[in-house]
Design a protein around this ligand. Structure first.
Ligand code: FES
Length: 183
């Protein structure tokens, strides 16, 4: 192939410049640079889209009320709405917990589910204990089993007080086991 055939442009002075090849080279460089930038943007974006699928169910702290409004020494049922995030799914559900404010001010919060087979229980003021209507289990104010088939004490929920508000993290537990195992 002759020098004349390679040249797209023949300036005065006899130098030839392979303009077509240079253009192609710059096109490749531009494409490669765009590809690198594109990958740089796409990878974090892809990661943020995919990562929720691998994220374990996330529980949130929920404000269930003012700590001052809880009567000391008597369990109070507190209803609230809790949000659970599982991958891309977000679900809101109505929950209830039992909160006990002790005379010294500390608070214990119980799951509202009986540890025997999962029924809801209630506090009985006259008997001064929690009673489950399903199979007759009963629990003391500290959650201890007083009677019936319940295999373990009431399950405790994480709780904290911030700015005078009681915050609770709702969780579910397996029923019927001697050990408290979170679902
Ligand atoms: S579910 Fe409560 S005693 Fe059976």
């Amino acid at each position: 192939m002759s020098q004349h055939q390679l040249s797209d442009h023949q300036p005065e002075g006899g130098f030839s410049t392979p303009v077509g090849s240079r253009r192609t080279f710059f096109q490749w460089v531009t494409l490669a640079a765009a590809g690198v930038v594109g990958m740089g943007l796409a990878i974090p974006l892809l990661g943020s889209l995919i990562s929720p699928a691998f994220t374990r169910r996330r529980l949130a702290w929920v404000d269930v009320g003012a700590i001052d409004e809880l009567p000391a020494g008597r369990p109070t049922q507190l209803d609230h709405v809790t949000t659970t995030r599982d991958g891309w799914m977000e679900a809101k559900s109505r929950k209830a917990v039992w909160a006990v404010k002790h005379p010294q001010g500390e608070v214990t919060v119980f799951s509202p589910i009986c540890t025997h087979l999962g029924c809801g229980y209630r506090w009985d003021n006259a008997e001064n204990k929690f009673l489950c209507p399903c199979h007759g289990s009963s629990f003391g104010i500290n959650g201890q089993v007083l009677g019936g088939p319940a295999p373990r004490p009431l399950d405790r929920l994480p709780a904290k007080v911030e700015s005078g508000r009681l915050l609770v993290m709702y969780k579910d537990f397996k029923s019927g086991l001697a050990e408290s195992i979170e679902l």
